[in-house]
Design a protein around this ligand. Structure first.
Ligand SMILES: [Zn+2]
Length: 137
């Protein structure tokens, strides 16, 4: 059983946001998306830093038409549930394609994109999204 990650929303998630850095429990296999010394599932202290791969498979997707605050300018956009080869599942934005092009099971690759804009401060937040793998010849 693996946790399903949701898009990170604050500063302590910054390493996860930019590099998919996770903390994996060596005792029970649980994966945490922020720095921790104790596994939140089994309380073991055998937790080691790890990285999720740059590629994942699409499990399911949804098109968001009524987004939360600070994501309005991007609507409609695609959110997908993806699965890495170790079984970890994560919710992520999907970009560079139309919803009709996406099929469950297809391979996606990670890219860096603008993910939010704070109108008040002018702050633009960058992070990962996934897109269909582009075949290179
Ligand atoms: Zn554990």
């Amino acid at each position: 059983m693996h946790a399903i990650f949701r898009p990170p929303v604050n500063w302590r998630h910054r390493r996860f946001r930019y590099g998919l850095v996770v903390w994996r429990c060596l005792n029970c296999g649980a994966v945490h998306q922020y720095a921790t010394r104790i596994c939140r599932r089994c309380r073991s202290n055998r937790v080691a830093e790890d990285r999720l791969p740059d590629r994942a498979r699409l499990v399911t997707l949804t098109v968001v038409k009524n987004p939360p605050v600070s994501f309005e300018k991007q609507a409609p956009y695609i959110v997908g549930l993806v699965e890495f080869e170790d079984g970890t599942k994560m919710l992520t934005g999907i970009t560079d394609c139309e919803p009709e092009e996406l099929k469950p099971g297809m391979e996606l690759e990670r890219v860096v994109r603008k993910i939010a804009e704070d109108g008040e401060s002018g702050l633009i937040v960058y992070g990962y999204k996934f897109r269909p793998v582009i075949k290179r010849r």
